[in-house]
Design a protein around this ligand. Structure first.
Ligand SMILES: [Zn+2]
Length: 183
């Protein structure tokens, strides 16, 4: 992506791009990367590059901006709501319970989730909020685990204790229990 953003609005054949990436990678990691071309194709699949024709890609900043704001169409939203019976798929509450319904991306957009009916689900405002919050706390827990491991290996007792206190708070509230912390 670094290569393409440095050369916007140009058509690139895979040869020079692969050479550039492999050269950079070799300098950084002292080995050749695997499947460079497949990863470039993946950037296209995720909507960051335009495929001009077979083997030729192009980065258009306006196109990516458009993609970022790209969301479900009104028709798609209607189809998803109808499919889910106008009820939150988590708690089953619907409009008759006075809750506000949202159409949510099951696989988030930032992970390459598409705005398709299959990738959509109905959530009430509360569960939509919880989903977003859980994602944030998940990121936080993973980072504190890493910081904890680092503090432990450096013998930094104060930092280790700080991380322990935070991670114990996660456990006490049973938040993100699927992420394992080995004390
Ligand atoms: Zn709900």
């Amino acid at each position: 992506m670094e290569f393409f953003t440095a050369h916007p609005n140009q058509n690139w054949d895979h040869g020079p791009v692969v050479d550039w990436v492999e050269d950079k990678y070799l300098k950084l990691y002292a080995k050749k990367p695997r499947d460079t071309w497949r990863n470039i194709r993946k950037l296209h699949e995720e909507g960051f590059l335009i495929k001009v024709k077979k083997g030729i890609y192009r980065y258009d900043p306006d196109f990516v901006k458009q993609r970022e704001i790209d969301d479900f169409t009104t028709e798609q939203k209607e189809e998803i709501l109808k499919r889910d019976g106008y009820k939150c798929v988590v708690c089953g509450r619907g409009l008759e319970n006075g809750v506000e319904l949202h159409v949510d991306h099951i696989k988030p957009k930032y992970l390459g989730g598409k705005s398709t009916v299959e990738n959509g689900q109905t959530l009430c405002a509360q569960h939509n909020f919880i989903k977003k919050t859980m994602k944030q706390t998940e990121t936080g827990k993973k980072m504190f685990i890493r910081l904890y491991e680092l503090a432990k290996s450096e013998g930094n007792e104060e930092l280790k204790k700080f991380c322990e206190d935070i991670l114990e708070t996660y456990e006490r509230h049973n938040i993100n229990g699927h992420i394992e912390w080995k004390k």
